[in-house]
Design a protein around this ligand. Structure first.
Ligand code: HEC
Ligand code: HEC
Length: 205
């Protein structure tokens, strides 16, 4: 039986090979990059960066510098993750740049609008922060639509479950790389605010 996942993998394979013909070697669409994505990344993050499960982050439309930095940090052990340490092992810097350019070039195709009441609380936190407990507005760094910048990750449309895990890891400093800024933010969020802001962000396009 051909499943939906297999069908979309096949159609992406066709699209990829069309790009391979047009793109110079070592660019996002090179055969080497396409092979790494198909054999190592697509299973969890999807062939187009739209991950299959809510605990795997979406990579489509993420900023290339941010993707590269995280991959190097996984590879070199700065960001601890059993899964991603294994996946990033042995990747060369130019392969990382090619992978980052590929996923950054994909359109953010979906979003996950969740419970409207949670999203309303989340919107307040995201856009205005919580001045009573010292939570800054997420929008002040990640942008009003959560699109981020070259230095800051895009959050819009990210899976709420992944976001919640990361916020809790930042809070406990279990996200081991560059956690200084996000630790001070996440440590001040209540459980309710964490869930609410994750749900709101998941619905941003
Ligand atoms: C078995 C599933 C799996 C595979 C295969 C996999 N990843 Fe991941 N990836 C994850 C998980 C889980 C995380 C979340 C990190 C964590 O906290 O463990 C992640 C995180 C990431 C991140 C960080 C995203 C962010 O928003 O901070 C990047 C970038 C990434 N993966 C790229 C890749 C690339 C490129 C490949 C292929 C070389 C790949 N991954 C293969 C599961 C996977
Ligand atoms: C002062 C600036 C600043 C503010 C305010 C801020 N962030 Fe961040 N955020 C960052 C930086 C910088 C990173 C990247 C950390 C890294 O390089 O690993 C980040 C990373 C993240 C990530 C990880 C994304 C991923 O793909 O893994 C999440 C989730 C996040 N922020 C959520 C929030 C939320 C929710 C708020 C508001 C409650 C917020 N941030 C407020 C600067 C900020």
């Amino acid at each position: 039986m051909i499943t939906y996942a297999k069908l979309s993998l096949m159609s992406v394979g066709v699209m990829l090979s069309a790009q391979v013909l047009a793109a110079p070697p070592a660019a996002a669409g090179s055969p080497r990059i396409a092979e790494i994505i198909a054999s190592r990344c697509a299973l969890c993050h999807g062939p187009e960066g739209e991950s299959a499960s809510a605990v795997y982050p979406r990579l489509a439309a993420q900023h290339p510098d941010y993707i590269s930095k995280q991959l190097k940090d996984f590879r070199d052990g700065r960001r601890k993750s059993e899964t991603m340490a294994e996946m990033a092992r042995g990747l060369q810097d130019e392969e990382i740049a090619g992978l980052a350019a590929f996923f950054a070039s994909r359109k953010a195709a979906s979003r996950q609008p969740g419970d409207a009441d949670f999203a309303a609380v989340g919107k307040f936190i995201f856009q205005r922060g919580n001045s009573y407990s010292g939570v800054p507005a997420c929008a002040s760094c990640h942008g009003a639509n959560g699109h981020g910048t070259h230095q800051l990750p895009r959050l819009a449309g990210q899976h709420p479950a992944y976001l919640e895990i990361q916020l809790k890891e930042f809070s406990k400093r279990e996200r081991t790389n560059d956690n200084a800024v996000m630790h001070t933010v996440a440590a001040k969020l209540t459980e309710l605010e964490t869930r609410a802001v994750a749900i709101y962000i998941g619905g941003l396009q």
